[in-house]
Write a protein that binds this ligand. Structure first.
Ligand code: CMC
Length: 389
């Protein structure tokens, strides 16, 4: 096989050079374009972070105003997309709908196929970031059998999203500022995470010069899985199943006997506490001050305490990841578990687009095409049906 290396799941293979996100897994460090995640979560906003990830630098005042204005002006989606939505059963999983509708959007924008044109790319990057909350909110309303609420372009990115989700009959609905800020911070924390499964999917599909909508549909499909972004939903289901603190020791024994995994724990790169989980844990208390404490919090805290003191988890360097505490916040805000991965996908679209754009701008990148080590049968002759046993 010449120089070919065997590296299942690409554990030790760098597939690209990237200047977007840095993770130091041993130290538990995460930086976007050099800026520590803690500083961005504390001082920035999601749209500013989106600009930073995509264009490399923090925007100045007028750049940010123009960027926010451009996003705000593309929040509406074509009416025909609603027909696609209506084709789903009312209880269809929200993430299944997102995957399909993102792919459907590609059919509305034939020009998005000109992926080598930077100005076309920019136009569709803006459209996607702007439309993700609208499609997501409509998936939510569809699940509930409630009428769709159209975007209100007077509101900010998260305020508009909350309005489309939660406004009922009264036109005076105002998003709670603590909840709105918490969602904005969660969006910042989820915006990018270098070459994870879904970003790699976006890059791989995009490397065939597929349009960004289909590339992101592929990325969302990857994110949907319970080992990736679907873990936030799986954590909540797990906490509910455990039910009370007294059942934790038996549950942990089951994990150690490899009957199941402790969802929201472990990471391919972090061999230390995930810095995002630390911020989210603190954020949860701010949200619970408004919504009331989530009764599942005590189970999560006790699980973490036991796991961080148990040799099975310590020796394997398994720590809480971003998905361990986020679901508790989402549930307290009023989201059903089936919607949690969508809340991950909205901000991660920015990371996927940044990775996709970087890949297309990199002269060293070609169509993604891993090799294999063939272990199948040697050459043999076709056997007619009458001679088969
Ligand atoms: N519970 C119990 N054991 C675990 C867990 C867990 N959550 N995660 C890893 N292990 C064990 C695993 O059994 C293996 O043990 P051994 O070497 O004795 O066979 C060892 O730790 C290494 O695990 P691995 O599966 O080789 O590690 P990986 O890098 O391939 O997988 C992971 C990373 C995130 C898929 C895995 O830790 C996992 O399944 N975690 C639970 C799901 C989850 O929370 N996913 C969200 C990840 S972070 C956000 C995101 O990506 O979306």
């Amino acid at each position: 096989f010449g120089l070919m290396l065997y590296d299942p799941a690409f554990k030790n293979t760098a597939s690209c050079r990237s200047a977007i996100t840095l993770i130091d897994g041993d130290k538990g460090i995460l930086r976007y374009r050099g800026y520590p995640i803690e500083q961005l979560a504390e001082q920035s906003t999601f749209l500013e972070v989106a600009y930073l990830l995509l264009w490399g630098e923090l925007p100045n005042e007028s750049e940010l105003a123009e960027w926010s204005d451009q996003i705000t002006n593309h929040t509406y989606v074509h009416q025909y997309l609603i027909r696609g939505m209506e084709g789903f059963k009312w209880d269809a999983h929200a993430m299944g709908k997102m995957v399909s509708l993102l792919g459907t959007l590609s059919t509305f924008y034939e020009d998005s196929k000109q992926v080598r044109d930077a100005s076309v790319r920019r136009e569709h990057i803006i459209k996607i970031i702007a439309k993700m909350p609208t499609i997501a909110a409509w998936c939510f309303r569809h699940m509930q059998g409630r009428p769709y609420i159209y975007p209100d372009n007077e509101l900010g990115y998260v305020g508009n999203f909350m309005n489309m989700l939660f406004r009922m009959a009264e036109p005076s609905y105002k998003p709670n500022p603590v909840i709105a800020r918490a969602l904005d911070v969660l969006f910042i924390l989820h915006a990018d995470h270098e070459q994870n499964c879904s970003a790699s999917a976006a890059r791989a599909v995009g490397s065939a010069e597929t349009d960004p909508y289909c590339s992101l549909a592929a990325a969302s499909a990857a994110l949907y899985g319970p080992l990736h972004g679907g873990a936030n939903e799986a954590v909540l289901r797990m906490l509910r199943e455990i039910g009370n603190v007294g059942n934790i020791p038996g549950f942990i024994e089951g994990v150690k006997n490899r009957e199941r995994r402790l969802m929201g724990f472990g990471h391919r790169v972090y061999k230390n506490y995930d810095p995002r989980a630390r911020i989210i844990k603190g954020l949860a208390h701010e949200v619970f001050a408004v919504t009331g404490k989530n009764p599942l919090l005590d189970i999560a805290l006790e699980l973490e305490k036991i796991a961080l003191d148990d040799d099975f988890f310590v020796s394997r360097k398994l720590y809480p990841n971003v998905d361990f505490y986020s679901g508790l916040i989402y549930q307290s805000i009023g989201f059903p578990v089936e919607f949690f991965p969508v809340l991950f996908a909205i901000p991660r679209a920015v990371g996927w687009l940044a990775q996709w754009q970087e890949m297309l701008s990199d002269a060293e990148q070609k169509i993604a095409r891993p090799r294999q080590i063939y272990v199948g049968a040697d050459k043999r002759d076709y056997v007619p049906m009458s001679e088969r046993g």
